[in-house]
Design a protein around this ligand. Structure first.
Ligand SMILES: [Mg+2]
Length: 128
């Protein structure tokens, strides 16, 4: 099946977290960077990259956001990738099955935010 994003046979949509993580770890190890990647440094870097993502929206008013997203999509994509790459590595280093952890969290959110109470509401679960 074709992919709208790439011409390469290995479609992004078919790559697993494990496949992507393996590529990230190969990149890191070829450069001998594990020595710099303790959990605290990775958490700091994730936060810094999330800040770079946020930077694109500083002072943008609600009516400017949609246009900002359109104009800055390449940069936004880069920052989202930076966050994801570091998060995948942190999960790998700590032996966390990130996909399972995310599914577990979605399951918890499903019970915290029952559709009957949460639909159309932006209230936090303890204020529903
Ligand atoms: Mg960045």
């Amino acid at each position: 099946m074709g992919c709208v994003h790439h011409e390469a046979p290995a479609c992004c949509a078919l790559m697993s977290i494990a496949d992507i993580t393996s590529r990230i770890i190969d990149f890191r190890d070829a450069r001998d960077w594990m020595q710099f990647h303790n959990p605290k440094e990775l958490a700091v870097a994730i936060t810094a990259e999330a800040g770079e993502l946020l930077q694109h929206f500083v002072w943008q008013q609600p009516d400017q956001i949609e246009r900002r997203v359109q104009e800055k999509m390449p940069e936004l994509k880069d920052e989202m990738a930076d966050v994801g790459i570091l998060l995948f590595e942190l999960a790998h280093n700590l032996g966390v099955d990130l996909g399972q952890a995310m599914l577990d969290k979605v399951e918890r959110n499903e019970s915290r935010y029952p559709v009957a109470k949460a639909r159309g509401s932006n209230a936090k679960y303890n204020e529903l």
